[in-house]
Ligand binder design. Structure first.
Ligand code: GDP
Length: 200
């Protein structure tokens, strides 16, 4: 399940422009600043492959990375950047909807959730939207190494609260993995999980 090579393939402005290909793919989504670029870089062990854009909301692009010439990691725009008006948040859904609903090779969505903060409404909204649309997802909790956290709550407490809020809506709970791009926690588990999903 290890990554031997990874190459950037294409940035697409719309779902329609994504690579025409049969190879399976995983989309990575989450709030701006959740640690998406860091996680992608940690997964592929290449510094700066995920062109870390430091302009939240400006990168409305779907980025395809081909792994081991056999499957894709797809970096989708972040959502819910701090001061965005509700209109901008809605934009994210309308932008990504076309991709989620029409991309036939999409094996699953890795929904990144920052474990160093209590459950955020926008993350719950995103999880619920994906769930309602029957898009398979995995919760990938990021920054699990962080010990200095908001309101004195530890990552495992934030994760438990998030899980409980999701459980109210879904008897079938999505799989979840704890990660840290700093310590490498969860990296192998996540790679193994993705290889299992690809082989179904
Ligand atoms: P993105 O906007 O989702 O792509 O987030 P980045 O990968 O750019 O990370 C946002 C901030 O969180 C940066 O300051 C990172 O150094 C920090 N960060 C990302 N991953 C981790 C992690 O696993 N642990 C800790 N402690 N910080 C992280």
């Amino acid at each position: 399940s290890q990554i031997k090579e990874a190459e950037f393939v294409k940035s697409s402005g719309r779902a329609k422009d994504c690579p025409k290909d049969d190879r399976p793919e995983f989309a990575i989504v989450g709030r701006s600043n959740v640690g998406k670029s860091s996680l992608i870089n940690a997964l592929v062990r290449k510094k700066e492959i995920a062109l870390t854009s430091k302009k939240p909301g400006k990168t409305q692009l779907i980025n395809h990375f081909l792994v081991n010439k056999s499957w894709y990691i797809v970096d989708l725009p972040g959502y819910g950047f701090a001061k965005a008006p509700d209109a901008a948040r809605m934009d994210w859904f309308s932008f990504t909807k076309g991709y989620f609903l029409n991309r036939e090779t999409l094996v699953g969505v890795l929904l990144l959730i920052d474990a160093s903060v209590p459950p955020q409404k926008i993350d719950l909204d995103c999880a619920n939207w994906l769930g309602r649309n029957n898009i398979p997802m995995t919760f990938v909790f990021t920054k699990c190494d962080k010990m200095k956290v908001a309101k004195g709550r530890r990552p495992d407490e934030n994760i438990r609260s998030f899980q409980e809020l999701i459980r109210e809506n879904y008897p079938q709970h999505p799989p979840w993995i704890m990660t840290s791009s700093v310590t490498g926690l969860g990296r192998d588990e996540l790679l193994l999980h993705m290889s299992q999903l690809r082989n179904y």
